[in-house]
Design a binder for this molecule. Sequence first.
Ligand code: SF4
Ligand code: SF4
Length: 423
Amino acid sequence: MKHSMFNHAVAMENGGCVLYNFLTGKSATLNILSRDYYDHFEVYGESHPIVKKLIERGFLVETDELETLRQHVMAQCNDGKEMVLTICPTLRCNFGCPYCFETPRNGKMIKETQDEVVMFVQRMVSYYHTETLKVVWFGGEPLLECEIIRSLSKRFIDTCEKTGVKYKAAMITNGYFLTPDKASMFEECNIRHVQITMDGPISSIHDKTRHLIGGGGTFDRILDNIKNFKGRSNILVRCNVHRENAEYYQQLEKMLMDISQETGQKITVVAGHMIGNNAYEDKSFSIPEYVDFYKDTHEGIKRIQYKGPFCGYPMAMDFVIDEQGYLSKCLESVNHSQEIVGHVRCFEPSSSRMSYADEWQAVLASAWPQEDEECMQCKLLPVCLGGCPRRRRMGEKQCSGYKYVLDDYVLAAAKRKSRHGNE
Ligand code: SF4
Ligand code: SF4
């Protein structure tokens, strides 16, 4: 028996401590007496009621936690139950945002590539016995190519109906063309979630970073579109927070919550951190600055624990498909030829016959930061898993922001627990 390597203890003035476990997300407040049971569990023995409770809650463990977690992560990455495809019908965009990580390209997905995308989905779903197909429409700006989205959606929905696979869809759009007439298309295409970016609650802030190519504001039109949106899709508004707009974040959140109440439209607002954005480096928050920012918002105290692989990058059934049919593993990899893992025409689930086999194997292996000794001893490993796997492969390590505020986080989590009851 030993203390879990994922425990973090914050000492209290009364001699007790607050414990948090980053694998399970469980916390406990120990008084001076129960802390002694935790510190010296060997003396009291496993059958002592307090020691027993600490074992049940995962603060004391017997297993090799690192190996168990590794196996769990790798199994989840290779589990094909859910296929997630981010599809870019075009890489063209009507916006010219200064921080955009994409390189636009003219053209759109031609009919032959669309056919190959459908056959790719059919092959993969049958190979992995997939239960759910989730499609995220992205670009460029996806609403520039509504006909492709309609046609492919219909074919995906038909395939799913025939094979008993559940179909879900979402869209990431800049919101400019999200006019009320799109409601029927969203309904037809089963698009239930729409993500839009708004960088401020007034045009003079938002338009600085979200303007049309060659200039021209977009705030008023996006706001009108949100207010007039008719349909069953939930709207998620992402605000890319940086040094020049952070002070307006809460005002934006309030404005959108008011609209949500007035219209009955479900709207959620989240703050996004532009980590490692070279194009916007001088205005981007450093990690400690961002941590300071989110400590002051509700996001600072959400429960954190192991929730699966860091993102879709190392997952075997998660792909980004560009308009030419090339497959990559992250939105930031689109249009980067060295990061391609295959083409929809010829991608084979059994990697040995693939032309991009080395890149594919390296991507899958990136799920677990075995090579990094610091990560292998880190309390936050279940939450962070070594951070963005793509950047890690490029030699850029980015620790979780929580690492800089561990004590604060654990105390805030304990406070929240005392408000909301047992966790
Ligand atoms: S965490 Fe990294 S690899 Fe994953 S989606 Fe984000 S940028 Fe891509
Ligand atoms: S990247 Fe940093 S915070 Fe994340 S697991 Fe590794 S050492 Fe911990």
